[in-house]
Design a binder for this molecule. Structure first.
Ligand code: NAP
Length: 245
């Protein structure tokens, strides 16, 4: 295969897989983060933090910094950034590759109930009393809506104030099976709420729900745009980057 030189990659990240790719990149490449999580300080590539200012801002950035490949390795639910990446690529004529993490699949003993949005989620949650939310910060906006029969445990990257019907735990994966078991046990969790991130780092909670015969309310994945090339694992991305030189 004829090698095409890629001089400068803009890697859009914010998840463990993206960081694994960033660790392989040399100083001419740029790793971009939204600024919601930790910023690594031990990478050889350049790290930039914060939004670009929409599609036009991203397209300008790509042109001004001489990027010749946009690599979207954002979280599967970061649909806006993925959309912007594909649109900016079209505007600038630079290719956009995407790492699309495969979704988790329910096993025969799983009771997964897919919900499309917050309204469907709240309706599906009505029969339960002790939900564990693992959706990030979104539920924080709804703490005043918690029904009297429920006590929510909400796990996010950082600790936030809860209220008399909600406790917020700050914790970052990867999570260990035995710790997840203890969390469910001590908090008497009766339903799990999760995105379908497909990440091995957060998968043990699903195993615990399975062991306990507990339902999981799964927030439907957003539809992501078609990139010039899609990959399904970090290894595939690294192979492709090697192939292009
Ligand atoms: P989003 O809704 O798709 O993006 C919102 C805005 O944040 C984008 O329009 C962009 O701002 C900025 N942004 C997002 N990713 C960026 C990046 N890598 N570099 C620079 N700017 C970025 O994203 P989100 O769901 O809020 O997630 C934010 C970040 O957290 C993403 O990078 C994602 O990988 C990571 N993350 C998300 C989740 C999740 O569940 N959504 C979970 C774990 C990690 P401008 O339009 O101004 O450029």
């Amino acid at each position: 295969m004829k090698k095409v030189a890629i001089k400068r990659v803009l890697l859009l990240g914010g998840v463990t897989d993206a960081l694994a790719i960033a660790r392989t990149l040399g100083p001419q490449h740029i790793y971009s983060l939204a600024g919601v999580g930790r910023v690594p300080t031990d990478l050889r590539c350049e790290v930039r933090v914060g939004g670009f200012g929409g599609v036009d801002g991203l397209a300008n950035f790509v042109q001004q910094t001489g990027i010749d490949l946009i690599l979207d390795a954002t979280h599967p639910y970061a649909a806006q950034m993925s959309q912007n990446a594909v649109m900016a690529a079209k505007l600038t004529g630079v290719p956009c590759w995407a790492l699309r993490r495969p979704a988790w699949q329910p096993g025969p003993d799983d009771d997964w109930r897919e919900v499309a949005d917050w309204a469907e989620l709240i309706a599906a949650l009505a029969p339960f009393q002790r939900p564990l939310f693992t959706l990030g910060r979104e539920p924080l906006q709804h703490l005043h809506e918690i029904p009297a029969h429920q006590f929510w445990t909400l796990r996010a990257l950082d600790i936030y104030p809860g209220n008399e019907r909600c406790e917020v735990i700050g914790a970052r994966g990867p999570f260990r099976l035995e710790d997840e078991r203890e969390l469910f046990e001590t908090r008497n969790i009766d339903v799990l709420i999760s995105k379908n991130s497909g990440s091995t780092a957060t998968e043990p909670k699903l195993e615990v729900a399975r062991e306990r015969g507990m339902p999981v309310l799964v927030l439907k994945r957003p539809v992501l745009p078609e990139a010039d090339q899609a990959f399904w694992s970090v290894g595939e991305v690294l192979d492709a980057l090697r192939d292009v030189g």
